[in-house]
Design a binder for this molecule. Structure first.
Ligand SMILES: O=C(O)[C@@H](CO)OP(=O)(O)O
Ligand SMILES: [Mn+2]
Ligand SMILES: [Mn+2]
Length: 561
């Protein structure tokens, strides 16, 4: 019976599917389904297991939507991403996500009426307002038109001095596009200067080298940002951001937007134009949590021992959203995040289901924190165990495309064989993390290793008489080139080179079920053609022998006689 005692958590037994079958739940990060050509790293990779599942049991293999409104994003043009994907997978429902919530708050102006913005205004009239975040149209962590609107709105709301601390992208958008975004930003800041607002870029750096680390993989990334944004110290000083990007790229032509080293913008006397100091206000304008949580801790925590902050300015700090609902970080924010409660993890714990979750650092939080509705911690110390395998640090993953896939698989097999867990859940990051490097050959290697890891876990599932469910959180590796949106033809740049795509896609993702524990006659329904990731939770709750919560998106399976 449910430990929580509350009736609302009771999940009735499924009328046909039995309890007690061990479930191996595998999330392939960045693994979509696309036309099989030379730029589809998954199609080119050696993936006998995934091929076998697709071809031998069509009633147990299908596609799911993993982008746009199906995962709570504003439009069908919005590519999927890990945050919205794992939210949907774990919560079994579709929640309007950060991108859409901020759009609405900016359109209605409510963003300036909330407690968060009022708190920032306490820094007026003398405090500088600082804006820190990803300069990009990707819509995964931030979107430029939101920064643009926020700049105007903050000037309207009386901030007289504004400084922008830029993180360049090149991961969710075309490599090299940072120059365009900075040019546009400089134009928008010029418009503010014409209105008498002292508005400038104050520092910069690439998102993978500066500030935007996650899951505490490398605090050095956050420190480099802190030194440039707060202390005004960095290995490079320039008079303008454009000059910085151009010079740094001339010095190292292979440098890509994701990895620009930190730099500080200085005036004619060599003085930083905008370090964050006492009495200032700060907004981190990324709406997505995972790559802002560490910086938020550095700006907000009194006691902080991850690196020497040297000087901790007394500022009014607000996040675009609250980034961690469990620890209430940051305390002040402009837009309330989606309240994602009653997730599958919480239901399963209340019904006595024991869960083991594992991945390597770079995706560990996806398969725990994000899966549980952007909440840190476990629902139960006895019924759950989350295991993190340390990721390689300080490298671009095309250097070691196998990553820790086999180690994750071995951990999962051990957990399955231990008999201590009813559900073993893993995320295999290779398709996505290597896909983001844009290195096609390395991504092919990464996907080949993923298939090997799946093989190990399916063999273990076989041995324990269990069930497997394999799916993905969004596309990436299945398309590594920019295509003509009409013809689908790969596009070349002016020099005749193919334009490599490092970003996610809007492709559907596969889902496959099977294993000796799966009841004969259990198969995918054919009456849910537009089903998406939010239908997966009801599906695995059924496979564990329970009816799903009434308000969850419907289960994908039926049992035919
Ligand atoms: O790396 C990330 O932060 C995003 C891309 O910006 O990828 P994912 O959503 O797969 O984590
Ligand atoms: Mn992902
Ligand atoms: Mn990704």
């Amino acid at each position: 019976m449910p430990s929580g005692g509350e009736e609302k958590w009771v999940l009735p037994a499924h009328d046909k599917l039995p309890k007690g079958k061990k479930l191996m739940l595998i999330i392939l990060d960045g693994w979509g389904e696309q036309i099989a050509d030379q730029f589809n790293a998954i199609a080119v990779a050696t993936t006998p297991i995934m091929d076998h599942l697709k071809t031998t049991a069509p009633e147990r293999w299908r596609l799911l939507k993993a982008h746009g409104p199906a995962v709570g994003l504003p439009t069908e043009d919005d590519m999927g991403n890990s945050e919205v994907g794992h939210n949907a997978l774990g919560a079994g429902r579709i929640f309007k996500q950060g991108a859409a919530l901020v759009d609405m708050a900016l359109e209605t102006g409510s963003i300036y009426e909330g407690e968060g913005f009022k708190y920032l205004k306490e820094a007026q009239p003398n405090g500088t307002l600082h804006l820190l975040g990803l300069l990009s149209d990707g819509g995964v962590h931030s979107r430029y038109n939101q920064l643009q609107a926020l700049l105007k709105g903050c000037a309207d709301q009386g901030f007289k001095k504004i400084r922008v601390h830029v993180l360049t992208d090149g991961r969710d958008v075309r490599e090299g596009s940072s120059l365009d975004y900075v040019t546009t930003l400089e134009h928008d800041l010029e418009e503010l200067r014409k209105r008498g607002v002292d508005a400038r870029i104050a520092s910069g750096g690439g998102r993978m080298a500066v500030t935007m680390d996650r899951y505490e993989n490398d605090w050095g990334v956050v420190k480099r940002g802190w030194d440039a944004q707060v202390l005004g110290e960095a290995p490079h000083q320039f008079k303008s951001c454009l000059e910085a990007l151009k010079t740094l790229k001339e010095n190292d032509p292979k440098l890509n937007d994701q990895y620009y080293p930190p730099f500080v913008i200085v005036d004619d006397e060599g003085k930083p134009v905008g370090p964050i100091v006492d009495g200032d206000a700060l907004i981190t304008f990324n709406f997505r949590a995972d790559r802002m949580v560490m910086a938020a801790k550095a700006f907000e925590f009194e006691d902080f021992d991850k690196f020497d902050r040297v000087r901790v300015p007394k500022i009014k700090y607000a996040g675009m959203l609250e980034y961690d609902a469990e620890i209430k970080l940051p305390k002040h924010y402009l837009v309330a995040p989606p309240h994602i409660g009653e997730t599958s993890g919480e239901y399963l714990v209340h019904n006595g289901v024991r869960t083991f979750a594992c991945s390597e650092t770079v995706k560990f939080g996806h398969v725990t924190f994000v899966w549980n509705g952007n909440r840190s911690g476990q629902f139960s110390e006895t019924l759950e165990e989350y295991v993190e395998i340390p990721s390689d640090q300080g490298i671009s993953f095309n250097v070691k495309p196998e990553m820790k896939a086999i180690a994750i698989a071995e951990k999962a097999c051990e957990a399955l064989h231990s008999g201590k867990w009813d559900q073993v859940r893993v995320n295999l990051p290779n398709g996505d993390m290597v896909g983001h490097t844009g290195d096609l050959d390395a991504t092919i290697v990464g996907c080949t290793v993923v298939d090997k890891a799946i093989q190990l876990m399916l063999e273990a599932t076989e041995k324990v008489g269990g069930i497997f469910l394999i799916t993905a959180d969004h596309g990436n590796a299945e398309d590594m080139v920019k295509r003509n949106s009409k013809t689908g033809e790969p596009m070349k740049d002016k020099k005749g080179n193919y334009q490599i795509l490092t970003a996610h896609t809007c492709a559907p993702v596969p889902i496959a079920i099977g294993g000796p524990g799966l009841l004969k006659g259990a198969q995918f329904r054919t009456d849910l053609p537009t089903a998406g990731l939010a239908n997966v939770a009801a599906t695995f709750i059924n496979l564990l022998g329970f009816e799903a919560p009434k308000d969850y998106e419907p289960s994908l399976i039926e049992v035919v006689e």
